[in-house]
Design a protein. Structure first.
Lengths: 648, 299
C-alpha cells in the first residue's frame, strides 16, 4: 500500500492541512484577549459561542470551575408521599434503599419487589397519591415512579432556569440516570454563590402583566433621560410613530374560549410592517444606530409573534442598560421588566430566522406563590371540550390559594398573568374568566412537551423530594492557571530532553523521529479539537506520556534497522526489513495499550476520561507519524540517490 | 551511539532468583498493608471533603489546626501543598461530607484574607460507586488484554503477560501501602497506564520470540527466549529511559494532583520493565513446557 512516495506525501499534506484547519479556532480563541472576548460577547455572542465550540475545551481543573452531582432523595420522597408512615412500609423503604445502593439498582424496583414479597398492600399507604390508575401494588408503584420523575424534572427545570445567574457562558446541565443531575460550570468565579444557587429553593410566582400603555411612558422617560445624558436634543425622542406601543397591544388578543390561553397571533411580517420604519430586511437582524440615536433604550424593543421582545444578539447589551443605575432609578417602584425563560425564533419574510427573547412588564408584587400549587400535570384536552385533543396543563391550588386566585382572576379578565420561576417568565396566558375552586386549565400550548415543561415549572414550588449534592468539585481559577503553567512547563522540558536524547543516540534518524514526534503532538491536539474533547490536567499528563511512548515505535524500528545492517544487508534492504519486521510488535503493543485506554475512557469520568482520550489519540497518531511519516522521509532520501550510508 | 550491542545475558537462568525477589517484594507489600491497616483511600472512594486554602499571610498547619479546633473541628487531616509561584497552601481533609461543612470551614477562617483554591466533596454513595468502577475497570481491562493476546499469540503467552501485569500492580500497590500514599481515581488511571506500558514491553519481547521460534524448531525454548530478550534489550531500556525521563520531569515540576500519578508511573515503569524480562517470559516457558510434557506423555 502507498508504494509511491508521491501518494504518501499527498496523504501527509492532507492530514497536516486538516489538522491546521481544526486547530485554527483554538489558536484564535486562546490568543484572544479577555477584553476582546467581552466585547464580542456584547457584539456577536453567537460567533463567540461558535468559536468556543470549535476550540479545544479546557477541563474544569485547568480553567477553574465547578462540577456538581445533585441527587433527588427518592426514598425520602416515597416516605413523604405516604399517608400512614407505620413500621411495615418504613421498613420496606429502608431495606429497598440499602439494597439499591449496594447493588446499584433502581430504588422503586427494589421497593416493589419487597412490597410484593412481604405482602404489603401499598394502596393502604398511598390512597391519596396523585395519578393513581388502580389499587394494585403495580398501579401504586407506577404513580410513585411518576412522582419520582416529576421531582427530578422539576429540579432540572429550576436549575436550567438559573443558567444565566451562574455567570458562565456555557454551563452543562444534564440528567444522569433517573435521579441525578450533573452540572458543570466552567470558569465560574464565585463558587460559593453557585453552590447556594444550585440548592436554593425555587421561587414560583404568579404576577400580573401590565399593558403596553403602562410601558410607553416609562420608555419615554428613560429614553429622554439617556439622551439628555448624552447631550442629544430631546425633541427626537418624542416620536409619535414609535413602534413600541403599537406592538404591545397585540399582546392581549384572546384566541379561544379556554380559561387561560397563550397568545400567538400575528406573523412577523405584520409586526415588522408595523414598525413603520424605512429599515431594509438586513437591518432587521440588528438594531440600527439610527434608531438607537433617537431611542437609546426603547429602540431595542420590537414586536414579535409572542409579544414584545429583544433580538437574542442584543440581549446582553440591553441587560447592561437595564441594570445601569440610571435606568434603575427611573423605573417605577411597583413594576419590573422580566425576561422570558428562553430564546425563541421567528421566520422573516425572506425565510431567514431571527432569534429573540420576550420581555414582560409585570407588577412587582406577586399575586400568589408556588406554595399554593398542589398539583400540575400535562394532559390533552378532554374530548368534546373547546380544547379537545390539544395539550393543556391542569393546575390545582389549595383552598387558601384558590380564594385569592378567584378574586384576582375575576378582577383582571382579559389581562395576562405571568408564570414566573426565579424571575423568568415561562408564559403569560390571558385570563378568560373568573376561576373559582382552584382548578385552572391552561391551553394554547404548542405541543405536549411544552405542556410538560410548564407543569414541571408549576410544581417547582413544592418539592417533596429533597435534593442533595452528592459530589462537588471546585477548582479556583488561580489553581487552574498554576496547573496550566506547570503542565506546559513539564511538557516542554520533557519534549526537549527527549529530542536531545534522540539526536544524541540516533543522529540523523533521530532527527526524523523528532519530526514525527512534533507532528504527533500536533495531530493529537487536532483530534482533541475535532472530537470536541476536553483537555484536563491528567490529559496533559497523557500527552506527556505520549511523548515518551511515541518515540518507542521509532526506537523499535531503528534498533531493528541497526540489527539488519549488522547482518550485512544494504541500507535500503535494512530499512525495508526494519519497518516490516518491527510492525507487528508496534501494532500489537499499541493495541493492548489502546484497550486499557478505552476501558478508562468508558468507565472513568471527568479528568480520567480526558486522560484516556488523550492517550488513545496519542497512540493512534503515533502509528501514523512514527511509522508512516518517518518511512516516507526515508523514501524521499532514498529516491534521490541510493542510500549507501545511514545516519543511525 | 550504541549501548548494549550484541549482549548475551542469561536472563532465563536467573529466573528463580528473580521470582524469589518478586515474591519477597509482594510479601513486603502485603505485610506493609496489613501493618498500615490497608490502603489510604482518598475521598474519591471513602466519601469526604477536601479544602485547599491559600492565605494571604502564610499560616502553619499547627495554627490552622488550632483555629479549626476552636471552631469545634477535631480529627482533621491538615497538610501543606507547595505552590510553584507563591507560598504553601493549607490542605484540609476529612471523611465527613455535607455542604454546610464547607461553609463552616470557610467561616472558621473568616477574619483572615484567603482564597479557596480547591474544594472536593464526595458523598459516601458516590464514593462507593467510584470504588466499584475502579475495580471494575482494572478487571475489564485485564480480561480484554488476556483475550487479545490469547488471540494474537497463544494462551500461555497471555497468562504470562497477565501474571506480569498483576505482579506490577501488586508491587506498585505495595509501595503505596507501605508509604501510606493515597490511592485515588488518578492513581487508578496510573495503574491502568502501567498495565498498558508493561504490556507494551512484554509484547515486543513476545513478538521477537514468535519470530525467532519460526526458524529454530530444534532449539530449546529457554534459549530462544533468552536470545529474544537480548535482541530486544536495547530497545526495552531506551524506551524505558525516554518514558522515565518525561515522567520524572512530571514528578519534579508537576502539581500535587499529578505527583501521585507520576510517582506510581515511576515505580510502574521500573517494575514493568523488570517484569517483562523476568516474569512474563519465564511464566510462559513454564506453562509451555508443562503443556509440552503433557502432550509428550499422551503420545
Amino acid at each position: 500500500m502507498f508504494k509511491s512516495p508521491g501518494s504518501r506525501w499527498i496523504i501527509i499534506a492532507a492530514v497536516i492541512l486538516f489538522s491546521v484547519y481544526k486547530l485554527f479556532p483554538s489558536l484564535q480563541y486562546y490568543t484572544m484577549s479577555e477584553e476582546a472576548k467581552q466585547q464580542m460577547m456584547l457584539d456577536d455572542p453567537a460567533k463567540l459561542t461558535e468559536l468556543h465550540k470549535q476550540a479545544i475545551n479546557l477541563g474544569l481543573d485547568l480553567q477553574g470551575g465547578m462540577h456538581v452531582i445533585l441527587e433527588a432523595d427518592i426514598p425520602i420522597l416515597a416516605q413523604n408521599l405516604s399517608n400512614d408512615k407505620t413500621g411495615e412500609l418504613l421498613q420496606a423503604i429502608k431495606s429497598a434503599e440499602r439494597i439499591s445502593i449496594k447493588n446499584r439498582t433502581d430504588f422503586f424496583d427494589e421497593m416493589e419487589l419487597l412490597a410484593n414479597a412481604n405482602d404489603i398492600k401499598l394502596i393502604k399507604y398511598y390512597s391519596e397519591l396523585d395519578g393513581l390508575g388502580g389499587k394494585s401494588n403495580a398501579d401504586v408503584m407506577a404513580a410513585l415512579r411518576e412522582q419520582g420523575d416529576y421531582a427530578i424534572n422539576s429540579v432540572l427545570e429550576i436549575i436550567r432556569n438559573r443558567v444565566d445567574e451562574f455567570g458562565v457562558s456555557e454551563p452543562t446541565i444534564q440528567k444522569s440516570g433517573k435521579t441525578r443531575i450533573i452540572v458543570e460550570l466552567a470558569g465560574v468565579k464565585d463558587t460559593d454563590r453557585a453552590s447556594s444557587l444550585l440548592q436554593r429553593t425555587a421561587l414560583l410566582e404568579f404576577k400580573l402583566v401590565k399593558p403596553g400603555t403602562d410601558l410607553q411612558p416609562i420608555l419615554d422617560k428613560i429614553d429622554t433621560s439617556l439622551l439628555e445624558m448624552e447631550g442629544i436634543p430631546d425633541d427626537a425622542v418624542v416620536d409619535k410613530n414609535n413602534p413600541v406601543d403599537d406592538m404591545t397591544g397585540s399582546d392581549v388578543s384572546p384566541k379561544d374560549d379556554s380559561l387561560l390561553t397563550t397568545d400567538s397571533t400575528g406573523t412577523i411580517e405584520d409586526l415588522f410592517e408595523a414598525l413603520g420604519t424605512t429599515e431594509t430586511q438586513t437591518d432587521l437582524l440588528t438594531t440600527s444606530a439610527n434608531i438607537l440615536s433617537k431611542n437609546p433604550f426603547s429602540g431595542y424593543l420590537r414586536g414579535f409573534p409572542t409579544g414584545l421582545g429583544i433580538l437574542s444578539s442584543e440581549v446582553n447589551k440591553f441587560n447592561v442598560l437595564l441594570n445601569s443605575t440610571e435606568v434603575r432609578t427611573l423605573f417605577p417602584k411597583d413594576s419590573e421588566l422580566l425576561w422570558g425563560n428562553d430564546d425563541l425564533s421567528a421566520t422573516l419574510e425572506d425565510g431567514r430566522f431571527v432569534n429573540y427573547r420576550n420581555i414582560y412588564l409585570v407588577k412587582k408584587e406577586a399575586v400568589l406563590t408556588g406554595g399554593v400549587v398542589t398539583d400540575a400535570r400535562a394532559a390533552t384536552g378532554p374530548i368534546g371540550s373547546d380544547v379537545s385533543g390539544q395539550p393543556v396543563v391542569n393546575l390545582t391550588m389549595n383552598a387558601e390559594g384558590a380564594k385569592t386566585w378567584a378574586r384576582f382572576t375575576g378582577a383582571n379578565i382579559q389581562k395576562n398573568v405571568a408564570i414566573v420561576l426565579d424571575k423568568k417568565v415561562y408564559m403569560a396566558p390571558v385570563i378568560r374568566d373568573r376561576i373559582p375552586g382552584g382548578r385552572t386549565q391552561i391551553s394554547g400550548l404548542d405541543n405536549i412537551e411544552e405542556a410538560k415543561d410548564i407543569a414541571n415549572v408549576l410544581r417547582a414550588g413544592k418539592l417533596p423530594a429533597p435534593v442533595k449534592i452528592q459530589e462537588e468539585r471546585t477548582i479556583g481559577p488561580s489553581l487552574g492557571r498554576d496547573s496550566i503553567i506547570a503542565g506546559t512547563r513539564a511538557m516542554t522540558t520533557g519534549f526537549i530532553l527527549v529530542i536531545i536524547f534522540m539526536i544524541f543516540y540516533y543522529r540523523g534518524s533521530g532527527l526524523i523521529a523528532n519530526l514525527a514526534l512534533m507532528l504527533n503532538i500536533f495531530f493529537v491536539l487536532a483530534i482533541l479539537a475535532m472530537l470536541n474533547a476536553t483537555l484536563t490536567l491528567p490529559g496533559i499528563a497523557g500527552l506527556i506520556l505520549t511523548i515518551g511512548m511515541a518515540v518507542d515505535a521509532n526506537v523499535i524500528i531503528f534498533e531493528r534497522i541497526r540489527e539488519e545492517i549488522d547482518k550485512g544487508k544494504t541500507v535500503k534492504a535494512s530499512i525495508e526489513a526494519g519497518y516490516e519486521k518491527a510492525f507487528s510488535a508496534i501494532f500489537d503493543a499499541n493495541i493492548t495499550t489502546l484497550i486499557a485506554a478505552f476501558v478508562l475512557a468508558w468507565i472513568g469520568s471527568g479528568p480520567i476520561k480526558g486522560f484516556a482520550v488523550t492517550l488513545s489519540a496519542g497512540i493512534i497518531c503515533s502509528l501514523f507519524s512514527a511509522v508512516f511519516i518517518t518511512r516516507s522521509v526515508y523514501m524521499l532520501f532514498g529516491n534521490k540517490k541510493p542510500l549507501n550510508e545511514l545516519s543511525i | 551511539m550504541r549501548l548494549l550491542n550484541n549482549t548475551n545475558f542469561d536472563f532465563i537462568g536467573k529466573r528463580k532468583l528473580a521470582a524469589s525477589l518478586s515474591v519477597i517484594l509482594i510479601l513486603c507489600g502485603i505485610v506493609g498493608s496489613i501493618f498500615n491497616k490497608g490502603f489510604t483511600l482518598s475521598i474519591d472512594f471513602t466519601g469526604g471533603t477536601i479544602v485547599q486554602i491559600q492565605f494571604a499571610e502564610e499560616i502553619t498547619t499547627a495554627e490552622a489546626r488550632q483555629i479549626l479546633k476552636d471552631h469545634g473541628f477535631e480529627n482533621l487531616d491538615i497538610t501543606t501543598i507547595s505552590s510553584p509561584d507563591s507560598h504553601d497552601d493549607i490542605l484540609i481533609k476529612t471523611q465527613l461530607s455535607g455542604t454546610d461543612l464547607r461553609d463552616k470551614l470557610n467561616a472558621a477562617f473568616g477574619d483572615r484574607e484567603f482564597e479557596t483554591r480547591r474544594t472536593e466533596q464526595v458523598g459516601p454513595k458516590i464514593g462507593n460507586e467510584l470504588k466499584n468502577d475502579a475495580i471494575q475497570s482494572i478487571a475489564v481491562a485485564l480480561t480484554l488484554i488476556l483475550i487479545y493476546i490469547g488471540f494474537r499469540f497463544d494462551f500461555y503467552y497471555a497468562i504470562g503477560s497477565v501474571v506480569a501485569l498483576m505482579h506490577d500492580i501488586l508491587i506498585t500497590l505495595g509501595v503505596f501501602a507501605v508509604l501510606k500514599l493515597e490511592v485515588d481515581m488518578v492513581t487508578v488511571a496510573a495503574f491502568l497506564t502501567i498495565v498498558g506500558y508493561s504490556l507494551n514491553d512484554t509484547i515486543v519481547v513476545f513478538d521477537r520470540i514468535r519470530e525467532n521460534i519460526k526458524g529454530s524448531a530444534r532449539e530449546k525454548l529457554e534459549d530462544i527466549v533468552n536470545r529474544s530478550l537480548n535482541d530486544t534489550l536495547s530497545r526495552t531500556l531506551i524506551t524505558s529511559f525516554t518514558t522515565m525521563l518525561v515522567i520524572v520531569i512530571l514528578f519534579i515540576g508537576g502539581l500535587e494532583t499529578i505527583k501521585d500519578f507520576a510517582f506510581a508511573m515511576i515505580i510502574g515503569i521500573v517494575v514493568g520493565t523488570y517484569s517483562s524480562i523476568y516474569i512474563a517470559s519465564p511464566v510462559m516457558i513454564l506453562l509451555e513446557n508443562r503443556a509440552g510434557r503433557k502432550i509428550a506423555k499422551k503420545k
